[in-house]
Every structure is written in structure tokens, then in C-alpha cells.
Write a protein that binds this ligand. Structure first.
Ligand code: ADP
Length: 479
């Protein structure tokens, strides 16, 4: 099977968040079993210069934009056991010569250009393709481009995975016209407003939200962010598939960021002792107390979606109960940043607040924490709760999206033998507080439930094997 994955991120060389981790995990697993898997992404100038087998694959191919012809080069490289294709453009606006993947004023133009360039590249190759797999709004326009304008590309199935429907690529008609898209009615949401993700939803053959619960939630106005009607009309194309995590990257038995290693099959006492050493190492560095337990924390983009109000509430409750709290939060808007900076002052020695993106500290905290808090308003899949479990840390989550599909409360009679964390049903302070009270009570009683939850979590298989099989079943479904 010839599979082409197209995305804006690929970890670790181009990672902004969970998306990059998912692309590498899935692509590597598919590469293990399939003949030809290519992953196409922009050749950002910040990529390492010493990529393995980096060479020119197609020296020149042209893209027409606003009546001008622009020259491009496709490179190839081997990264993380995957075959990458890296698009370099000789566009005067140097679209991929920026410090970050996203957040530029011309993001729409940058990713529309990437989309049309991928289409022109595939056209120049003249090879039949089984699956073109698109990820999120950045590359969703490839579906309408191929199905309306460039039908000579022979592709059996176009699959769109939606990692977060909140981000849609809202744009104008001129943006679409710049890359030659004429048949734009289905991309329209309101008069004068166009939407790249909607284009993907309408023209893809299959749509994959990243968990079964999220697949249902996005059909409702509260979670569909204005695309619920378009998604409901296309509901027969939708199938939720849960993401995996990279078991090599997230492995407490080999993690180079940790001062002490441990494995899932170690005796509970050995795991506890290793986690205590990891906690002490962080406590020494940040002026905390490793004995003030439980250690609860959040490792997250600190944006409204992730429920910062309940993270703050968790900090207050935990420290009031004599425990310690850690927040590793990136991308916080000014008001949220301000709130947590105040906690840094008022809770010295009890709360560790790092408002940054810090990969090594994230690894160390997953090992050091007793509980990880994930109180997101909505969470398409969520990786942090799965990573936490792999590190013997018990998640406390809101029952939404992938959190609901992966974390099971001991009171949940349907999943009694799989209980691995704590779940609060309503995103409200009373519902959250009640759950935290339960956690503290069980903790203070030193109840054997804690060990049961931890061992269920650490022994779970959250790898990519199962999700990749589900994707392969879908890819084969139109044979
Ligand atoms: P999202 O993609 O919405 O940010 P996910 O849970 O799917 O959320 O993935 C988040 C990934 O990013 C995880 O690997 C997590 O460890 C990592 N991460 C999130 N915030 C930080 C941070 N501040 N520092 C380091 N890593 C972070």
C-alpha cells in the first residue's frame, strides 16, 4: 500500500504539541508494515542540518500562485525510521523561514501554499496512491484541490484526521483564489467567510476524530465550533480512532531525563522508591519538599481549553491539604500567566510554577508526580494522561473526549477491572472539588486502591500498534 501522510508537524524535529508526536508515532508504525509510507512536511529552516540521508528528491517543480510561477524543490530524508519529503519553496515570501511552525500573520497563505505545492508534487510523480492522509486545517485544502481541480492524481482514498476542531483555518475567497481553488461553495460557512477544515470535511472520503467520544461530541453545537452541522451531514464518513503514545520516547526504564529508572514490572515498592528519588531531585532544584505529599500537577499548554481555573483550584486545594503542586504550562495568555505568577509568589516551597515549554522537565515531572490533573473543558484525545499512567502517575480528569475513553474511575461499574484514575463528570467547581476530596481521603487512608489504579495504568498498552491497525482497517475498507 502506498500511503502519503501530510502534516505541519513531525516530532522531534518540528514539534509544537501533541500533533507532532502523533504524526511520528503513527507513521513509524505504518512504515513497519507497509511498503511505501511517505511523510510530507515543509522544509522549515529551523530543521537540523544533519538529517540522515538528506538529499534532493525532485530538483524543480512549479506552483502557480496569483498568476506567478514559483519554483520548488522536494528533499528527502530518513528521520525516526520514516521517509520524509521536505518541501523547500523559492517563494519570495520565504514561507518556511520563520522561527516557529505557527503563529505568523500569514499562516493561511503559508499552509495554502504548502497544500498546493504538495498537490503539484504528487502530480509530477504520476504514481497511483492508495491513501492520502491529511492532518488538521493546515493541509485540509488538499482534499478539495484533488477532488475538484487536480483529478489526474490517482488516489483511492483521502482521509482527514481532526486533532482539534477548534482550529479551522478561517479565510477569505481571495486566499483560496490565490491557489486556484474555484469551486469554493462547500468551503463557505457564512457569506464572505471560508474555512479550510470545512473543505476537508466535505471532500475527504473518511474523517477521523482522535477518539470515539470526541467523534460524537463534535456533532454537537457546544463542541463543533460552528462545524457541527457540516460534520453531522457527513456523519457516515466519521470514525473515531484513539491516538497512541510513543513508547520509546516515553519510557521510564530508559528515559535519559530521569535520575532513576523503573519499569512497569518492578515491584510496587521499587517503583515508589524510584519515583521518590525523581521527586527529591526536582524538590532540590526548585526549593520544594519531596515529603509534602501528594504531589499533584499539570503539564499543559496553559490555554482556556485546558481548564486553567480548575488547575488553580487544584493548586489551592492540594496545598491546603498539605500536599505540593506543580504547573508546567506553556503559551499562557496574559491573564492566566498573571494568575499563576501570583501563585509562584504566594505559594513558595509548596507550588512549582514554570510558565514555559520544557521537554526535560515534563519527563521529570511525569515521574515525580503522584497525580496528574487534566481538567480540560474538551480534549480531543489527550496524550498527557496516557504518558502519566506509563510513568506510574494517576490521572484526575474531566470526562470528555479521549480522557473519557482512557481513564476509568473506581466507581465506574462498567470498567471495574480497568480502574486507573479519577474522573469528574461535570466541568464545575463542585464536581471537581468532590472528586479531589475523594482523592485526598483515599490518599490519607493509604488505601490499597491507589496501588491498584497505579498498577493498572503503568501496565496498560498505549502504544501505536492498536491505533495503526484501526487506521489500516479503515484504509483497506474501500478496496
Ligand atoms: P495538545 O496537543 O492539545 O497540547 P496533548 O495532550 O495532545 O495536548 O499533547 C501535549 C504534549 O505536549 C504532551 O507530550 C505533553 O507532555 C507536551 N507538553 C504540553 N505542555 C508542555 C510544556 N509546557 N512543556 C513541555 N511539554 C509539554
Amino acid at each position: 500500500m502506498h500511503i502519503v501522510e501530510v502534516a505541519a508537524e513531525f516530532a522531534p524535529i518540528a514539534k509544537a504539541g501533541g500533533l507532532g508526536e502523533v504524526i511520528v508515532g503513527l507513521s513509524r508504525e505504518l512504515t513497519r508494515t507497509q511498503k511505501k509510507v511517505e511523510v510530507i512536511l515543509p522544509k522549515y529552516t529551523f530543521l537540523p542540518k544533519n538529517l540522515r540521508h538528506l538529499k534532493i528528491e525532485t530538483p524543480h517543480f512549479a506552483v502557480r500562485e496569483k498568476g506567478h510561477t514559483i519554483d520548488n524543490t522536494m528533499w528527502s530524508a530518513q528521520v525516526e525510521e520514516c521517509s520524509l519529503r521536505l518541501l523547500e519553496t523559492h517563494h519570495p515570501k520565504r514561507y518556511y523561514d520563520r522561527p516557529h511552525i505557527y503563529g505568523e500573520e500569514d499562516d493561511i497563505a503559508r499552509f495554502l501554499y504548502f497544500s498546493i505545492a504538495v498537490v503539484e508534487y504528487l502530480k509530477s510523480k504520476k504514481e497511483p496512491i492508495d491513501i492520502i492522509h491529511l492532518h488538521d486545517w493546515h493541509v485540509a485544502a488538499i482534499a478539495p484541490l484533488i477532488r475538484t481541480l487536480h483529478r489526474e492524481i490517482q488516489v483511492r482514498m483521502i482521509v482527514l484526521t481532526i486533532h482539534n476542531v477548534e482550529y479551522q483555518g478561517k479565510c477569505s475567497l481571495e486566499d483560496l483564489e490565490a491557489i486556484g481553488l474555484q469551486d469554493t461553495t462547500l468551503l463557505q460557512t457564512e457569506p464572505g467567510q471560508y474555512n479550510l477544515l470545512k473543505g476537508g470535511i466535505e471532500f475527504a472520503d473518511a474523517i477521523v476524530p482522535v477518539s470515539p467520544t470526541y467523534a460524537k461530541e463534535i456533532l454537537t453545537p457546544s463542541h463543533g465550533f460552528g462545524l457541527d452541522r457540516a460534520l453531522s451531514r457527513n456523519h457516515n464518513k466519521i470514525q473515531g480512532i484513539l491516538n497512541g503514545i510513543d513508547l520509546k520516547l516515553w519510557d521510564p526504564s530508559q528515559d535519559t531525563a530521569l535520575p532513576k529508572h523503573y519499569r512497569a514490572l518492578d515491584a510496587p515498592e521499587k517503583i515508589k522508591a524510584a519515583k521518590q528519588l525523581c521527586r527529591e531531585s526536582i524538590a532540590d532544584r526548585f526549593g520544594m519538599d519531596a515529603k509534602k505529599r501528594p504531589w499533584i500537577g499539570a503539564i499543559t499548554r496553559l490555554v482556556p481549553q485546558k481548564g486553567p481555573e480548575l488547575i488553580a483550584e487544584g493548586l489551592l486545594q492540594t496545598t491546603r491539604h498539605g500536599g505540593s503542586f506543580a504547573v508546567l504550562g506553556s503559551g499562557a495568555p496574559p491573564n492566566i500567566r498573571h494568575l499563576f505568577e501570583k501563585f509562584k509568589e504566594s505559594h513558595k516551597g509548596k507550588a512549582l510554577i514554570q510558565l514555559e515549554y520544557n521537554e526535560a522537565l515534563a519527563h521529570q515531572l511525569y515521574a515525580a508526580l503522584d497525580f496528574l490533573l487534566v481538567p480540560s473543558h474538551f480534549e480531543p484525545c489527550g496524550l498527557t494522561q496516557m504518558i502519566a499512567m506509563r510513568y506510574g502517575t494517576i490521572p484526575i480528569v474531566h470526562a470528555t473526549g479521549g480522557l473519557k475513553d482512557t481513564v476509568f474511575d473506581p466507581t465506574d461499574t462498567m470498567h471495574r477491572n480497568q480502574a486507573n484514575g479519577f474522573v469528574f463528570k461535570e466541568w464545575t467547581k463542585p464536581s471537581f472539588d468532590q472528586t479531589l476530596e475523594r482523592v485526598f481521603k483515599i490518599w490519607q487512608e493509604d488505601s490499597p486502591i491507589i496501588e491498584t489504579l497505579r498498577s493498572h495504568g503503568i501496565q496498560s498498552d498505549f502504544g501505536w500498534e492498536k491505533p495503526a491497525l484501526a487506521y489500516m482497517k479503515l484504509f483497506n475498507s474501500s478496496c
